[in-house]
Design a protein. Structure first.
Length: 239
């Protein structure tokens, strides 16, 4: 189309040339601005000290890492896997099962704002680990576990990952179903949550949401000690 127009005006019409250049600059500016806006949304959604953006890290492991001086994505990205493993091993046997080999790479992508690359990488991972095979089921996250210590009052009421058994992907599913806050989750019975999981595909069928509303109720009521005690009793969010 532009070729035909240019042949018609052959550059002699200065007004047309100016308008054409203006249109092109506006078009380029629109897409550039769209890209910047998308990036700024990602930056505002996640804080650079939110280590839970890394698949495999829940609230309890985040507290352990921060207690060891690893507070930001940049610091995690520069941490050797052996150092991370020592932090986990020193915290007790329940943490030895976690493999931190991919955490630094995930944190590096987050620190650089490489959101599409991080999303694709996390879709490939299984529980934060490089899979030996392509799984038929199972969420690609490790259950979020609240620590035995630390101040939980800083958690936002829409951070559903405070509930043991809910990772970033399940959190997205719940929020797409208008379950956005602890109060919303507390008011949603386990059967309703189970229907949300089933509708998302077979990979989510293995998850048991029976304790999620009660955990959310405790969080919403700021019953932190009760929530910690309850989650210590649970195993991956299950009784």
């Amino acid at each position: 189309m532009f070729t035909n127009i240019m042949l018609k005006y052959d550059g002699s019409d200065a007004t047309f040339t100016v308008l054409l250049l203006l249109f092109i600059s506006l078009l380029i500016g629109f897409f550039f601005r769209k890209s910047l806006v998308a990036e700024s949304i990602q930056e505002s959604t996640f804080k650079r000290d939110d280590l839970k953006i890394v698949e495999g890290i829940g609230p309890k492991i985040e507290l352990l890492l921060k207690a060891a001086g690893i507070n930001t994505w940049d610091q995690l990205a520069s941490s050797d896997s052996s150092i991370l493993k020592d932090v986990l091993d020193n915290a007790g046997p329940r943490f030895k099962m976690h493999n931190p080999d991919t955490w630094a790479e995930q944190a590096r992508m987050a620190a650089k704002g490489q959101w599409p690359e991080l999303d694709k990488y996390q879709q490939y991972l299984v529980g934060g680990n490089v899979p030996d095979f392509i799984p038929d089921s199972g969420e690609h996250t490790t259950p979020s576990i609240v620590g035995n210590h630390g101040d939980l009052s800083g958690y936002a009421k829409d951070d559903l990952k405070i509930v043991e058994g809910i990772g970033p992907k399940i959190e997205e599913l719940l929020k797409s179903a208008d379950v956005n806050t602890w109060n919303d989750l507390a008011a949603t019975n386990a059967d309703q949550i189970r229907q949300i999981l089933l509708a998302a595909g077979s990979r989510f069928k293995m998850h048991n949401p029976d304790t999620w509303p009660e955990q959310a109720r405790m969080a919403d009521a700021k019953e932190w000690d009760k929530l910690k005690e309850y989650q210590d009793f649970l195993d991956g969010g299950k009784i």
